[in-house]
Design a protein around this ligand. Structure first.
Ligand SMILES: Cc1cc2nc3c(=O)[nH]c(=O)nc-3n(C[C@H](O)[C@H](O)[C@H](O)COP(=O)(O)OP(=O)(O)OC[C@H]3O[C@@H](n4cnc5c(N)ncnc54)[C@H](O)[C@@H]3O)c2cc1C
Length: 402
C-alpha cells in the first residue's frame, strides 16, 4: 500500500486526491479549515468559473508566468476533460461569454460537492482542522506534523495554494514547507488586483463602470495597452482592465499609466466631434463641452486633473485649447501608486520555482516523491477560469504519476 498525504483540500488537493486514490494507494488530505474548498466557494462571485473552454494552445496565451511549463499538464488534462469530468459526474456546465465555463446551477457549491463526493467514493480520507505546521523527510518516509498529530507517508503532495485571501486558509504555508525541502521561492506578488493611483477618486465613481476605455501601461522594459472596462475603489482602479494589467506590471516599480477615454476615436475624429459641438452650441461653456464627451460620473475627476477655464464660452475656445482637450482625453495620466495588498489579490504570482519541478509530473527535482500542485507553484493566469484549470491539470498530472 502506498501512503500519500496531500496538504490542502482546495481545488488542486481535492482533484489530486480523487484521481490518485485506489485500492493500493491510500490518500489522506490534511486541511486546516473545518471544511474543504473554502476558496473555491467564493470563486466567480460564488458561481465558480471552473475552466475556460479554449484549446490548450490558445489557453496558454492567457497564462502570465511560465506558460510553457504548463503545456504538459494542460495536455494531460485539458479544459475539455474538465468539462467532461463534471458533466459525467452529475454537475452540468454551461459556457458563457469569453468561453468561461460555470455550473448550470450558478453555484460554486455544485463544483465542491461533486469533487468531495467523488473523492469520498474513491476512498480518500479527509482530516479537517488539521493545520500542518511542519513536514520533513525521515529516511524514505515523509513526516507531517499538525498541532495534535503526526502522520507518515511515502509520498507528499503540497497543495496549499497561494497567499491571497488568507481567510480562506491560503496563508502561504506551502512556501515555507518548500524552502525547508531546499526549494527556491520566486518572490510572491499580488496579481489580478486593484492598482492604486494617487488621483482622488470621487464618490460618484465608486459604483460606476467606465466602459470601452484603454490603458497604456509602460515602464523602462515594458509597454502594453489593454482595452475594456474600468471600475474604481476609494484609492485605486479595478475592473477587468486593471486586473489584467496588475498581473503584467507586478514586478515593475516605475510604471506610467495613461488612460484613453476615447480609444475608438483617433485625434482627427475626436477633433471633428468637438468642432461640431462648438459650432452647434457656441454660447455654451467648456463645462458643457466636457459633459458631451464624458459620462457624468467621471466628469469632476477629469476636470480636477485638467486646467480648463470651465466658464469660458465655446465661441472663444482656441485651437490650442481644443488640442489640449484631445490630449487629456486620449492621454490622461494616472499616477501609479503600487498594487493593492496581496491579501486582496485574486491570485498570487510567484511561488515554487518551476525549474525545480518535473514538468510532466510536478514532482520535485530536489526531493523524490514530493509534489507541488496548484497555486503554490510560480504560475498565474488572467481571469476567465484559467487558474482553476491550472489547479486541476497540475493535480491530475501528479495523480497520474503516483
Ligand atoms: C475571490 C476569488 C475569486 C476567484 N475566482 C476564480 C474563478 O472564478 N475561476 C478561476 O479559475 N480562479 C478563480 N480564483 C483563483 C482560484 O480560486 C485559485 O487559483 C485556486 O483556488 C487555487 O487552488 P489551490 O487548490 O491551489 O489553492 P486553494 O484553493 O487556495 O486551496 C489551498 C488549501 O490548502 C489549505 N491549507 C493551506 N495551508 C495549510 C496548512 N498549513 N495545513 C493544512 N491545510 C492548509 C487551505 O486551507 C486551502 O483549503 C479566484 C480567487 C479568488 C480569491
Amino acid at each position: 500500500m502506498i501512503r500519500v498525504i496531500c496538504i490542502g483540500a482546495g481545488a488542486a488537493g481535492l482533484f489530486f486526491s480523487l484521481n490518485a486514490s485506489r485500492s493500493d494507494v491510500e490518500v489522506t488530505i490534511l486541511e486546516s479549515n473545518p471544511k474543504p474548498g473554502k476558496k473555491l466557494a467564493i470563486t466567480g462571485k460564488g458561481r465558480c468559473n471552473i475552466t475556460n473552454n479554449k484549446p490548450v494552445n490558445e489557453f496558454i496565451n492567457h497564462v502570465v508566468r511560465n506558460p510553457k511549463f504548463l503545456y504538459s499538464s494542460l495536455n494531460q488534462f485539458t479544459p475539455q476533460d474538465t468539462m467532461e469530468f463534471f458533466e459525467s459526474h452529475g454537475c452540468p456546465l454551461k459556457v458563457e461569454r469569453g468561453d468561461r465555463v460555470f455550473p448550470v446551477s450558478d453555484k460554486s457549491s455544485s463544483i465542491i460537492d461533486c469533487l468531495v463526493k467523488e473523492a469520498k467514493s474513491s476512498g480518500v480520507i479527509f482530516k479537517y482542522n488539521e493545520k500542518v505546521i511542519n513536514c520533513y523527510k525521515d529516511n524514505e518516509e515523509f513526516v507531517v506534523q499538525t498541532k495534535l498529530n503526526e502522520y507518515r507517508a511515502d509520498k507528499l503532495v503540497i497543495a496549499t495554494g497561494g497567499k491571497s485571501y488568507p481567510l480562506t486558509g491560503s496563508l502561504g504555508d506551502g512556501y515555507k514547507f518548500a524552502q525547508n525541502f531546499g526549494h527556491t521561492i520566486i518572490q510572491i506578488k499580488p496579481a489580478l488586483c486593484p492598482i492604486k493611483i494617487k488621483e482622488r477618486i470621487h464618490k460618484e465613481m465608486l459604483d460606476f463602470t467606465l466602459k470601452n476605455v484603454e490603458i497604456l501601461a509602460e515602464s523602462q522594459h515594458f509597454k502594453k495597452k489593454i482595452f475594456g472596462d474600468l471600475e474604481f475603489l476609494p484609492n485605486s482602479i479595478t475592473g477587468p482592465i486593471s486586473l489584467t494589467l496588475s498581473s503584467l506590471i507586478n514586478r515593475f516599480d516605475d510604471v506610467r499609466l495613461i488612460l484613453d477615454f476615447k480609444p475608438a476615436l483617433d485625434n482627427e475624429k475626436l477633433s471633428n466631434r468637438i468642432l461640431r459641438e462648438i459650432t452647434k452650441t457656441p454660447n455654451e461653456d467648456v463645462r458643457h463641452l466636457i459633459s458631451t464627451l464624458l459620462p457624468k460620473e467621471v466628469r469632476e475627476f477629469f476636470i480636477e486633473n485638467t486646467n480648463f477655464d470651465l466658464d469660458k464660452k465655446l465661441n472663444s475656445f482656441s485651437k490650442q485649447e481644443r488640442l489640449d482637450l484631445i490630449n487629456y482625453l486620449k492621454h490622461f495620466k494616472l499616477t501609479f501608486d503600487g498594487l493593492d495588498d496581496i491579501e486582496k489579490a485574486v491570485v498570487t504570482s510567484g511561488g515554487v520555482n518551476v525549474e525545480e519541478l518535473k514538468q510532466k509530473t510536478l514532482e520535485s527535482k530536489i526531493v523524490n516523491n514530493l509534489y507541488f500542485i496548484g497555486e503554490v507553484i510560480d504560475v498565474d493566469a488572467f481571469t476567465g477560469g484559467y487558474s482553476l484549470q491550472i489547479a486541476l491539470s497540475t493535480a491530475y498530472a501528479a495523480a497520474k504519476d503516483i
